[in-house]
Design a protein around this ligand. Structure first.
Ligand SMILES: Cc1ncc(COP(=O)(O)O)c(C=O)c1O
Length: 392
């Protein structure tokens, strides 16, 4: 066989998807697995959204759409950003609907990065960012953050890493894997620096609806001076428990949005037509949506507290109290490297977690609390037993 391309050779498989697949296979084989690996809500998509999609199928909405998406959906997304996120002057021309938030991020990177460019990524990071950057021929530059700094970067970190080739800064608040949420002031300081230096910002806000303890989500694109430099990405997966629908979106200045649409038109064409009708219902039925999202958010919040207090009671584990998304990212430094820890934990106690090394930090593990209270309680007991033995 001839050698594969440089793109195929440099890409690694998604470790989070691999771990979830392994845990699912063990479950299917009858093992009693406590699953903390998965990055998806355990809730089902609200019925009114499903019904709208089913109706669209019955109505024959089974054809191609314009690649940027269904017009009323793009308009509804523009309205959502104006009403909820404080952006102004948007039209459908600023909005691209894509097959998943992951693809929205990919398009954003492809739209502004060229070979030789550098992209600043706070670490630990969502594991797809570096791969997307490499697929654009650019180089990821990691900005290390720590437990002590609440896993946040500062302007000094950006300044120290910036070179003539710096093209893009990736901000993800609330963050996967740490769950950290930047304040408005912190985001403005970072984006202000980028705008002054002519650096684009991709603001991945896919977890925007999942914040706790009264903290507020902030979209930097709501600042008029920042808007031309900020590509905002989001989606339906996490907010509306629609991971399998594969629907994401991006908001950008018209020239960038048009470039993203051109790329998408050759890479996938439009996101699934009838799925977009379900998404439209999610945005149009405000009262129903708010109620569903709020009840999921409250359940996540309860589980976050349950998992946090359980893990904090384990000797040798240090737990960062996240305020967003549905992950905790405790330090297991006292027990050694994260992959060995996660492997043994799955083998010996049937608890699936993701080793922090997948996100660029080998001292932590990621636990998703998008799972039942009963699983959390059982998982904590098993972790306690495991950590006692691991000490010896
Ligand atoms: C930080 C972050 N961004 C984007 C996505 C993409 O989500 P999806 O492609 O399911 O919309 C994910 C999913 O795990 C994520 O964690």
């Amino acid at each position: 066989m001839k050698q594969l391309s440089i793109w195929a050779r440099q890409i690694s498989p998604s470790l989070t998807l691999a771990i979830s697949a392994k845990a699912k296979a063990l479950k299917a084989a009858g093992k009693d697995i406590c699953e903390f690996g998965s990055g998806e809500p355990d809730f089902d998509t609200p019925d009114f959204i499903k019904e709208a999609c089913i109706q669209a199928l019955r109505d024959g909405k089974t054809k191609y759409l314009p690649s940027a998406g269904l017009l009323p959906l793009r308009q509804a997304i523009a309205k959502k950003y104006e009403c909820e996120n404080g952006l102004t002057g948007l039209s459908e021309k600023n909005i691209i609907v894509s097959p998943g938030g992951k693809f929205s991020c990919h398009l954003a990177v492809m739209a502004v990065c060229s070979p030789g460019d550098e992209v600043l990524i706070p670490s630990p990071y969502w594991l797809s960012y570096p791969e997307m950057v490499r697929l654009a021929g650019a180089t990821p530059i990691f900005l290390k953050t720590t437990f002590a700094s609440a896993f946040k970067v500062t302007v000094d970190d950006l300044r120290a890493a910036k070179t003539d080739r710096t093209r893009l800064f990736i901000l993800n608040s609330p963050s996967n894997p740490t769950g950290t949420v930047y304040s408005k002031e912190e985001i403005c300081a970072l984006v202000d620096y980028c705008v002054h230096e002519g650096i684009y910002v991709m603001s991945d806000e896919i977890y925007e609806a999942l914040v706790y303890d009264g903290v507020q989500h902030f979209s930097p694109a709501s600042v008029a001076d920042y808007f031309p430099y900020v590509i905002t990405t989001g989606g339906f997966s996490k907010t509306f428990a629609m991971t399998g629908w594969r629907l994401g979106y991006s908001v950008a200045e018209k020239g960038i949005a048009e470039a993203m649409d051109n790329l998408q038109s050759h890479m996938t064409s439009n996101a699934t037509t009838f799925a977009q009708y379900g998404a439209l219902a999610a945005l149009q039925n405000e009262a129903l949506s708010k109620a569903s999202v709020e009840s999921m958010r409250q359940a996540f919040d309860r589980r976050r507290k349950l998992l946090y207090s359980g893990l904090s009671a384990i000797d040798g584990m240090r737990v960062f109290k996240s305020q967003g998304a549905f992950y905790l990212f405790p330090s297991i430094e006292n027990f050694g490297a994260s992959s060995a820890f996660a492997d043994k934990l799955l083998q010996e106690q049937q608890v699936a977690v993701v080793p922090g090394i997948a996100f660029g930090d080998d001292t932590c593990i990621r636990l998703s609390y998008a799972t039942s209270d009963a699983t959390i309680e059982k998982g904590i007991e098993r972790l306690q037993t495991f950590c006692k033995m691991y000490h010896l």
